[in-house]
Design a protein. Structure first.
Length: 401
């Protein structure tokens, strides 16, 4: 098959960088959805978006070359191209995850269940005709702040709506895919289906020994890869070398985890008749490492003290999923409360990636972690979620004045 010809067209550098960031992150969500739910249609769409990313990458390189005339401009543009290259690597990794479904690689059911129950998970639900969601737009529903879930795709009969915007209207019988905190799953499913959410327990024959160990490693690698990407963009947005250094440390830890999984696969292969059962695990592990490496490339822009082009921070703030930084003041009502008690994920739709406290960082804070005066929260979510979080954390005196 001959490679597709790409024709150059004048492009706004900021807009295309936003598209590359949003598309690569959407592809990851869709790829994991396809793998968890064995959905070939979603997997095919991921590969279509991968072709789209190739086009974006071509255009951003052309636009970058045409926009520089002086050495200092070229130096600033290297950071833009490094971020764009990393976004493309993330999209390639998402394509490899989608191929697990299309090539029918072996993925143990335990892993799919574990990914559905992860702290940040993906869920699907069919909208009942009597659902409060039916007939309303996503802007009307404000699902991010009502349930903590963010709609990433909608299947309507034989058509798909990917990355829906606030004007997208939900209809009865739509199959809605959403991403968010695990605590929001029951709220979202019950809102869509109008029936009580009952977690499913699947009985199945365990085919591999000591599979729990491998599943734990894979789930940790997925979570760590996604955390690395979020922190890498945070490091860029706030030009923070401490966060960038943590991305470097996570990348090193990811290498160790991949090595542990490879060792497990080699040991397990001795005891199974069909080693194809293990191919999917290796593909997932490789993809997670590629994502982590790409995140480190993004953070490297900060670590090497490359002059940041203003377009980078504008693009990060202008994307669908925004990264936010908020300092908790001593008069805030959330002081002394644990994250589990506050349920920020379901109340605001914002996922807190890290907390800076007394000069040190706490990453992926647990439910028992209590908020202290002066904490700096780094989170990701929607703009409406950011506004709700600010309101929730504002000093009572200031709110009443």
């Amino acid at each position: 098959m001959c490679p597709k010809e790409i024709k150059y067209r004048p492009t706004n550098l900021k807009d295309i960088l936003i598209e590359m960031k949003d598309t690569s992150e959407l592809m990851l969500d869709l790829a994991y959805s396809a793998m968890v739910y064995d959905d070939e249609d979603i997997a095919e769409e991921v590969l279509r978006l991968e072709d789209k990313m190739d086009t974006y990458y071509y255009h951003i390189n052309m636009a970058a070359m045409l926009s520089t005339r002086r050495i200092d401009e070229a130096e600033e543009m290297t950071g833009v191209l490094q971020v764009a290259s990393s976004a493309e690597k993330i999209s390639n990794a998402a394509g490899d995850i989608a191929k697990i479904v299309l090539m029918d690689m072996g993925i143990p059911l335990e892993l799919k269940i574990a990914l559905r129950e992860a702290e940040e998970t993906i869920v699907s639900a069919t909208v009942n005709e009597n659902s409060p969601m039916a007939g309303y737009t996503l802007r009307d529903l404000e699902l991010e702040t009502e349930t903590g879930m963010w709609v990433i795709a909608i299947r309507r009969l034989n058509d798909w709506i990917y990355d829906p915007d606030h004007d997208t209207r939900i209809r009865a019988d739509d199959v809605v895919f959403a991403r968010g905190h695990d605590e929001g799953v029951p709220l979202f499913v019950e809102l869509a289906t109008t029936t009580q959410f009952i977690p499913r327990t699947l009985k199945h024959e365990r085919m591999l020994n000591d599979l729990d160990n491998a599943v734990d490693i894979i789930v940790d690698m997925k979570n760590m890869a996604e955390l690395s990407v979020g922190l890498a963009y945070s490091a860029l947005l706030f030009d923070n070398s401490d966060i960038a250094e943590e991305v470097r440390a996570l990348e090193s830890e990811m290498d160790d985890m991949k090595s542990d999984l490879q060792h497990w696969v080699l040991e397990t292969a001795k005891h199974v008749s069909d080693v194809s059962q293990l191919k999917g695990l290796l593909q997932l592990a490789n993809s997670s490492e590629v994502i982590s490496d790409a995140a480190y490339d993004i953070a490297d822009v900060v670590l090497r003290d490359i002059e940041l082009h203003p377009i980078i921070t504008i693009a990060i703030r202008g994307s669908d999923e925004v990264i936010m930084r908020m300092e908790v003041e001593g008069c805030s009502p959330i002081i002394g409360k644990a994250f589990g008690e506050l349920k920020l994920g379901t109340e605001t739709g914002v996922h807190i990636m890290a907390v800076r406290r007394n000069g040190r960082w706490v990453y992926s804070p647990g439910g028992r972690t209590k908020i202290e005066d002066g904490d700096i929260l780094i989170g990701r979510g929607t703009r409406s979620g950011e506004e709700t979080l600010i309101e929730m954390c504002a000093c009572q005196i200031r709110k009443d004045s």
